[in-house]
Design a protein around this ligand. Structure first.
Ligand code: 9WN
Length: 459
């Protein structure tokens, strides 16, 4: 039997640093070398979390660059386009945001949708790292704070006009878990109209099409973009029109609660007014309540998304998004305990036959599971990182540390190459290699484990 020679901590660290350096375009980081040549919103937040361990100033710059493309209404677009990259579809011309919405960023061009708001957590991490140094970044953090606040206010108001504490999304791409079975039922009700012709670029980079969304799914994604354009990317128009896909996203909402918790801590440390802190606290509490009262399903012990277009019907699927209560600070203890049991149990990380007991994106016994397909089964190191972080936040230190160590063991295999996602039963690397956020979470994990210290990010 051939034994695999795993990378040492040192080798893994050097590899991760090089992935980040090679994707670094000066002040911001492309999500991956070829498949994703632009700046993605939640990728940047995770990248900043990794960078905060080695260069807090550069980490903050990542977010300052992202927020320089924030729209006047507060939204942070899911992609900020790199004007030099032309090999991604849909690009800025297809989104056409600046022509359609006066609030859109003109330069740089952006997409018109959002992604989960991990940013305040990243800024809080940067603040802590900087605090251990000399508090040099505080003036820049103070300057960024109003932008973070405007972003959260956009989410709390425009994306939750019903004040349920739950964030509405208009496109599977907004969830960050694009092709998850979470969206199968609501997307099956979307009837595709006339989509202008287009050529996909993703399948030229990922040759095995089974790892990417199907053509039918892509047509629907592009159809939703046409519908958003028709509504000028304006929330009021989207809500008034017969826009076909609006979901209360339980995972995005949980991340919003976590980010509000970070924003409160930040606000307290940089002496923001009491009224600001009270406003953010209200958002956080409303979300916690919304998830418990509307999303938590005590039959399956999962938090479910709600289909707004169909009377807030819960969408019953079994995916990692259902473990959202673990992400919510101050969530009821019994619900956290049930969610942790679910995460570590036979449906997810404890499933028989997994190559490594890590968190997988969809449970193998559920409809829609596909072990190689995008968000339909593979494990994503970045999602594992989020749950590792939150397990520890909830006091489940052993479970969190185990998750970190098993992920690191998988990522130490020489062929892992900081892939975007991994086949659960074989640990085969899938999607893009040298994915920036995978490298970033490796840096954070190795730092947290005290494994490697002291390398400079850039000379
Ligand atoms: C569409 C960049 C992004 C991630 C998403 C992931 C994938 C894009 C795509 O890549 O989405 O936004 O083209 O498939 O699903 O979470 O932010 O890494």
């Amino acid at each position: 039997m051939q034994t695999i020679k795993h990378l040492t901590d040192e080798q893994l660290w050097i590899g991760a640093m090089n992935v980040l350096r090679n994707n670094d375009l000066g002040g911001w980081t492309k999500a991956s070398p070829a498949l994703y040549p632009h700046q993605w919103s939640w990728d940047s937040a995770f990248i900043a979390i990794g960078l905060s361990r080695v260069d807090p100033s550069r980490a903050l710059k990542e977010l300052e660059t992202l927020f320089s493309a924030q729209w006047a209404d507060g939204r942070v677009p899911h992609i900020v386009f790199n004007p030099k990259a032309h090999d991604y579809f849909p690009g800025p011309d297809r989104w056409d945001c600046a022509a359609l919405n006066p609030d859109a960023s003109k330069t740089p061009a952006t997409s018109g949708i959002i992604q989960p708001p991990v940013h305040a957590l990243a800024v809080w991490k940067i603040f802590l790292e900087d605090h251990f140094a000399k508090d040099e970044l505080v003036p820049r953090i103070k300057a960024l704070f109003p932008k973070l606040l405007a972003w959260h206010r956009y989410l709390a108001t425009q994306r939750d006009p019903e004040k349920l504490g739950l964030i509405s999304i208009y496109h599977p791409w907004e969830s960050g878990t694009d092709n998850s079975p979470r969206w199968d039922l609501p997307m099956s009700k979307v009837k595709v109209g006339k989509v202008p012709p287009y050529t996909r670029r993703d399948t030229t980079h990922v040759k095995d099409a089974s790892q990417r969304p199907t053509q039918q799914e892509y047509d629907k994604y592009l159809w939703l973009v046409e519908c958003l354009k028709k509504a000028h990317y304006k929330d009021e128009e989207i809500l008034q029109q017969k826009y076909p896909f609006i979901i209360k996203d339980t995972f995005m909402s949980a991340i919003f609660a976590l980010a509000n918790d970070s924003l409160i801590k930040l606000a307290e440390r940089i002496d923001e007014p009491k009224e600001t802190i009270a406003e953010i606290t209200q958002w956080k509490e409303r979300t916690t309540q919304g998830i418990v009262e509307k999303c938590w399903d005590s039959t399956t012990n999962l938090a479910l998304d709600l289909d707004v277009k169909h009377g807030l019907t819960p969408i019953s699927v079994s995916t990692c998004a259902g473990l959202a209560p673990i992400v919510v600070p101050g969530m009821q203890r019994a619900i956290v305990e049930q969610s942790v049991a679910k995460l570590t149990g036979p449906d997810f990380a404890g499933h028989a036959g997994l190559a490594y007991p890590v968190l997988i994106s969809t449970t193998p016994d559920s409809p829609g599971f596909k072990p190689r397909a995008y968000w339909r089964g593979p494990s994503w190191p970045v999602v594992n990182w989020l749950f590792y972080e939150c397990l520890r936040m909830q006091g489940f230190n052993k479970e969190g540390t185990d998750l970190r160590q098993y992920n690191l063991a998988m990522l130490r295999r020489p062929d892992s190459r900081f892939a975007e996602y991994f086949e659960p039963f074989t640990a085969e690397p899938l999607g893009s290699l040298d994915q920036a956020w995978t490298a970033a979470v490796v840096i954070d994990w190795l730092s947290a484990a005290g494994a490697v210290k002291g390398t400079k990010y850039m000379e």
